[in-house]
Design a binder for this molecule. Sequence first.
Ligand code: AMP
Length: 210
Amino acid sequence: MNIVLLGAPGAGKGTQAANIVTEYDVAHISTGDILRAAVKAQTPLGVEAKSYMDAGGLVPDSVVIELVKERLQENDTEKGFILDGFPRTSTQAVALATELSELGRDIDIVIAVSVDPDVIVERLASRRLCRNCSYIGSASDTSCPVCHGEMYQRDDDRAETVRNRLEVYEKATTPLIEYYRGRDLLTEVDGDRPVEEVYASIKKLLDKLN
Ligand code: AMP
């Protein structure tokens, strides 16, 4: 099962992707996670990406596309994958379609998690991540409930950067919703509900495909 998950920053993509990976045993491809790991390791990719990420902008298409192409060639993606945070531009969507057709694979479903933008700034301001296992929690988690690692706030979750990320999403990524609707792949899910309810809706969709 090959899944694309779309949604504004703070829509809950990461949390839902983690649930899907656990239940359906697909490879998790999060460009944000890959880029953050590269920044932390100070690789050439990380050094290049950091300034765009800190400003809440998008890392150039050419960089991200190459990264996903390489990742899709790894064996674990053959059992299925979930793309979380990619594609984010039309250029990336077209590159993905080309790469998948070269690999003889297809996207089975695109799930767009929609959320009220007013809710997002508040949600992201209280978001905390585990430094060790990337668990996504909130300001009330003093340590990671999964592995007891240290929780931290992402630099780009500060309010002014969040606003920029939302604008970027609106401009660059919203057109993808129409792109995938036109290809009959899109299903929208209401993300303004408790995590478990959103996941139950997603699970219903995925079980129909399985
Ligand atoms: P995320 O964790 O998905 O919110 O991504 C964090 C940041 O990484 C974004 O604000 C971008 O700067 C960068 N990024 C992640 N995925 C992409 C992508 N597909 N295209 C361009 N930049 C990306």
